[in-house]
Design a protein around this ligand. Structure first.
Ligand SMILES: NC(=O)c1ccc[n+]([C@@H]2O[C@H](COP(=O)([O-])OP(=O)(O)OC[C@H]3O[C@@H](n4cnc5c(N)ncnc54)[C@H](OP(=O)(O)O)[C@@H]3O)[C@@H](O)[C@H]2O)c1
Length: 280
């Protein structure tokens, strides 16, 4: 029987993928992690194996007998190319081990994002997959709904969503939705190459987020548009460190320029299910 491996299986998304897979297939699952002992008992009929993207030598053994791989992008964010090297090591090992299909979790608009510093590793990894000759499903996930919850946390003090995102919307996706998409993509026997946008059902602007927060939380919220400079000042006045404030304002500017829209129907097409609406 075809064996499926999941990298990053101890992470938040990885654990959801394992649970989602167990509801749709009995195929053997190999759970890859730097801490495989932590995965014992996560689900029945799974085989935890040690795998570290920074140790290329261990990866071919880790993928022995695996036919299809879910490669969850690593959570290393550094400007020194480490994440790109990690993903290359994983893809090279998959080729050497005879893996026939890789499901890779990329980022929405990877190749055209105004937030290119966030997506550069994904662009490089997508190019590696294209050059590899291997079959793939690239799932370009939108921003997790964590981002909406962060915006809400910032707004909670005075009910104002102070932002610099203009009319730009975010097609927030839940991790569970990303997990369900990955589980279907790895187990539906697709053999070719596809790139799908995994988004929520609607791109939600800041004024719409404020309205949704008002409805969900039973108190009034409003959206207040400012410049990126004013947003940095506003956050620093609320004790956000300067570096984080600059990063968050940069993300708002990217959103104003369409970084996380429009919503896509690819999730429905892939899974036959509706994308869940954002809940705050
Ligand atoms: N779309 C979005 O809004 C958004 C936001 C944040 C992150 N992301 C991306 O989505 C991914 C999954 O999200 P998440 O919340 O599940 O992240 P997470 O809980 O931090 O899990 C990430 C996993 O990456 C694995 N990893 C890191 N370094 C590794 C290495 N050297 N070798 C092997 N595996 C390594 C870890 O696996 P082990 O510890 O088991 O080795 C970890 O469990 C993140 O890694 C990130 O690339 C997307």
């Amino acid at each position: 029987m075809t064996s499926i491996a999941i990298s990053g299986a101890s992470g938040k998304l990885g654990r959801m993928i394992v649970q989602s897979l167990r509801t749709i297939t009995k195929q053997p699952l190999v759970l890859l992690s730097r801490t495989p002992d932590a995965l014992i008992g996560v689900s029945s009929d799974v085989e935890p194996r040690f795998a570290d993207f920074d140790e290329a030598a261990c990866l071919v053994d880790a993928l022995a007998g695996v036919d299809r791989l879910i490669l969850i992008s690593s959570n290393v964010l550094s400007p020194d190319g480490r994440r790109e090297r990690q993903h290359r090591a994983a893809i090279d090992a998959a080729l050497a081990a005879g893996v026939s299909h890789i499901v890779y979790t990329s980022f929405l608009k990877a190749d055209s994002s105004p937030l290119s510093a966030l997506t550069a590793d994904h662009v490089a990894t997508e190019a590696m997959l294209q050059e590899s000759g291997i079959g793939y499903s690239i799932l370009r996930n939108a921003f997790y709904d964590d981002l909406a919850l962060q915006f809400l946390e910032r707004a909670d003090a005075d009910g104002r969503f102070v932002h610099a995102a203009g009319a730009g919307g975010v097609a927030y996706v839940t991790r569970q939705q990303c997990a369900d998409a990955a589980a279907v993509a790895v187990s539906d026997d697709f053999l070719g190459r596809r790139t799908l946008d995994i988004t929520g059902p609607k791109a939600i602007s800041m004024p719409e987020l404020a309205a949704l927060a008002s409805a969900c939380r039973g108190r009034p919220y409003t959206a207040v548009q400012v410049s990126t400079e004013e947003l940095v000042e506003h956050m620093m006045a609320a004790s956000v460190p300067a570096e984080s404030a600059a990063l968050l304002a940069w993300i708002d500017d990217g959103l104003a320029n369409g970084a996380s829209e429009p919503a896509s129907l690819d999730f429905e097409m892939l899974t036959g299910r509706n994308a869940p609406a954002l809940v705050l």
